[in-house]
Design a binder for this molecule. Structure first.
Ligand SMILES: Cc1cc2nc3c(=O)[nH]c(=O)nc-3n(C[C@H](O)[C@H](O)[C@H](O)COP(=O)(O)OP(=O)(O)OC[C@H]3O[C@@H](n4cnc5c(N)ncnc54)[C@H](O)[C@@H]3O)c2cc1C
Length: 487
C-alpha cells in the first residue's frame, strides 16, 4: 500500500513562480547534493509538507534530498551555519506531525539513503540505509529465510530511519519488542555535522553508551539517522490467525465496567494473558471494536466475519515451526471470553482477517481527518482506559502490550489540532491517566518537555532529555527538529 502522498517529485524545478529561488542556502545545498535534489518550488515541496493524516501541514523553506551520509553531514553543517532549523523526514507516515515542517524549516528527506546490504546469515543481521522501506527490508530478510521483528500497515512507505526515530512498535511488538530491540548498530549525523558510527553488530556490546537504543525514539532531536545494523529473527514456517468475537461479561472479576467495549476489553486482556502464558508461538494480539469494524466494512465493503455484532474483537496470531493452529484452537475452545471465533491458517484467509484490523486507518482517513495518539497503559488497566475514553472518540483500538491507538475522525483541522495539543499536554490528558504514557502531536526537542512521560509523574521542569548525561556531541547539540514547543 502506498500511503497517500500528494506527490514524490524526483528531479527538476519549474523555471518560474518560485519565491525562494534566490535563497543562498538553496544554492549552497545544490552544490552539495546536486541541483535536482533541492526542491524550492511550492509544487515540488507540496508532498513533503503535509502528513498522512492531512492534519499537519506547514511550509518548508526548501526540501533537500542527500544521497549519502557524507552529504547529510555537509547539509547539516550548512544549515547550522545558516541557523536554519531542519526537520528530518523518512516515509512521512508518522501520524503525529513530527516529520512535517511548521513554518520555513529545511525539510531533510532521507529517502535516497536506500542502500540495503546482503543478509549476514551467521549473525542474523542486515545493514540498511535510513531510507530503506520496511517492505523492502522484510523481503530481503525473507530471501534469507529470516524475518524482521517489526511489521506495520505502513510497511510500503515507512523507512528504517523513521521507524528507529519513532521507536515504532507494530503488530509483533508482543513477541519481538519495539524497534529499539531490533537495532544493534547505528550511523547518524549529529547537529555539529559529525558522523557517529557504531555498527559492529555485536550481540553484546559493552563499549560505552547504548547509542542505537538512545537514538531509538529520539524523533530527529538528537541526530539524523543515516543507517542501521538490524537484528533479524527466525521466520516460522507455520502461522495461524484467529478472530475472536468477545463476550462483554465482567471478566475482570469486579464487574466494574459499564460500557460493553470496556467489558469486552477486560475479556480480551484475560484471554490474551492466558495465550501469552500458554502459547510460546503467540506473535500478535490486536483488539478492535464494533464501530471500527462497521467503519471498515462501510469503507471498503466485504462480509461481516460473524453473523451477529459483538462489542469487541480480538485478533490473535501464532507462528511457529510446527503448525500452531491446534494449540490456538485448544486455547479458544470453551474459553469464557469467546462468544464466537474463526481460525484460519491459509495465507489469503489470514490476510482477510488482518485487513479487518489494518484497514482501520485508511477507513478513518477516508471519512474525515484522523486524530491519532499513541497511548500506553499497563495491560491490567486497558479496560479502564477504554471505559474512560471521552465519548467524542469515535473508534478505538488497543493491543496486547497495553499500547492503544485511540483514533477519531472529524473535519476541522484547527479544532483537531487544538484538541490533540490539549491531550498531549502534561496534566491535561485524561485517557492515559492509568499509569501510562502518551505520545501525541508534539515531537521531542532538547528544549522541550518530552511528549512521552508517566502521566502520574508529570516532569517538574521542561528538561525532557538529561542533557548532562549525554555523550559528547549529543548533549551539546541544539535541537535539530524545527518543530518547536508551542504546537
Ligand atoms: C496505516 C498506518 C499504520 C501504522 N501502524 C503503526 C504501528 O503499528 N506501530 C507504530 O509504531 N507506528 C505505526 N504507524 C506510524 C508510522 O508508520 C511509524 O511511526 C513509522 O515508524 C514512521 O516512519 P517514517 O519513515 O514514515 O517516518 P516519518 O513519518 O517520515 O517521520 C517520523 C518521525 O521521525 C523523524 N525521522 C524520520 N526519519 C528520520 C531519520 N532518518 N533520522 C532522524 N529522525 C527521523 C521525523 O522527523 C519524525 O519526527 C502507522 C502509520 C500508518 C499510516
Amino acid at each position: 500500500m502506498l500511503l497517500g502522498r500528494a506527490g514524490d517529485p524526483t528531479s527538476g524545478e519549474p523555471a518560474s513562480g518560485d519565491p525562494t529561488s534566490g535563497d543562498p542556502l538553496a544554492a549552497q545545498l545544490r552544490a552539495i547534493v546536486g541541483p535536482g535534489h533541492v526542491l524550492t518550488h511550492p509544487d515540488l515541496r507540496a508532498g513533503y509538507e503535509i502528513d498522512w493524516t492531512r492534519r499537519f501541514a506547514g511550509r518548508a523553506r526548501l526540501v533537500v534530498r542527500p544521497g549519502s551520509t557524507a552529504e547529510v553531514a555537509q547539509v547539516v553543517r550548512a544549515c547550522a551555519a545558516a541557523a536554519a532549523p531542519l526537520v528530518p523526514q523518512g516515509g512521512n507516515t508518522g501520524l503525529v506531525g513530527g516529520g512535517v515542517p511548521r513554518d520555513g524549516e529545511v525539510l531533510l528527506s532521507l529517502r535516497r539513503l536506500d542502500e540495503l546490504g546482503q543478509v549476514d546469515a551467521a549473525a542474523m543481521e542486515v545493514t540498511a540505509g535510513a531510507g530503506v522501506t520496511l517492505a523492502r527490508l522484510q523481503a530481503r530478510a525473507l530471501q534469507a529465510g529470516l524475518a524482521f521483528g517489526i511489521d506495520l500497515a505502513a510497511r510500503d512507505s515507512a523507512t528504517v530511519g523513521g521507524m528507529i526515530a519513532t521507536n515504532a512498535g507494530g503488530v509483533h511488538v508482543l513477541r519481538h519488542g519495539s524497534v529499539r530491540a531490533q537495532v544493534v548498530g547505528i550511523e547518524a549525523v549529529l547537529a555539529s555535522g559529525d558522523v557517529l558510527s557504531r555498527m559492529p553488530g555485536l550481540a553484546k556490546d559493552n563499549a560505552g553508551y547504548a547509542l542505537p537504543q538512545l537514538l531509538a525514539g529520539s524523533e530527529g532531536t538528537l541526530a539524523v539517522i543515516t543507517g542501521a545494523r538490524l537484528r533479524l529473527v527466525r521466520a516460522p514456517a507455520h502461522r495461524a490467525v484467529a478472530l475472536v468475537a468477545l463476550e462483554a461479561g465482567p471478566n475482570d472479576g469486579r464487574g466494574a465496567f459499564r460500557s460493553p467495549e470496556a467489558r469486552a476489553t477486560a475479556s480480551a486482556v484475560a484471554l490474551t494473558g492466558r495465550a501469552r502464558s500458554r502459547l510460546a508461538s503467540l506473535e500478535a494480539a490486536e483488539l478492535f471494536f464494533e464501530d471500527g469494524l462497521a467503519l471498515v466494512l462501510r469503507h471498503r465493503g466485504g462480509a461481516r466475519p460473524f453473523r451477529d455484532e459483538h462489542p469487541g474483537y480480538l485478533l490473535l496470531e501464532c507462528a511457529a515451526d510446527a503448525d500452531p493452529a491446534d494449540g490456538l484452537a485448544e486455547l479458544l475452545a470453551g474459553a469464557p471470553e469467546v462468544a464466537d471465533a474463526v481460525l484460519v491458517s491459509d495465507p489469503s484467509g489470514m490476510r482477510r482477517l488482518w485487513d479487518l484490523r489494518e484497514d482501520h486507518t485508511d477507513a478513518i482517513a477516508a471519512e474525515g481527518m484522523a486524530h491519532k495518539l499513541d497511548v500506553s497503559v499497563p495491560v491490567a488497566r486497558l479496560a479502564e482506559l477504554v471505559e474512560r475514553l471521552p465519548g467524542a472518540v469515535a473508534g478505538t483500538g488497543g493491543r496486547g502490550d497495553g499500547a492503544g491507538r485511540p483514533t477519531g475522525r472529524g473535519s476541522h483541522p484547527g479544532r483537531h489540532r487544538r484538541d490533540a495539543r490539549d491531550q498531549a499536554r502534561p496534566g491535561s490528558h485524561r485517557p492515559a491517566e492509568p499509569g501510562g504514557a502518551v505520545r501525541g502531536e508534539r515531537p521531542l526537542t532538547l528544549a522541550d518537555p518530552p511528549a512521552t512521560y508517566p502521566l502520574e509523574q508529570v516532569p517538574p521542569t521542561p528538561s525532557g532529555v538529561p542533557i548532562g548525561t549525554m555523550p559528547a556531541g549529543l548533549g551539546a547539540a541544539r535541537p535539530l527538529s524545527g518543530n518547536p514547543a508551542d504546537c
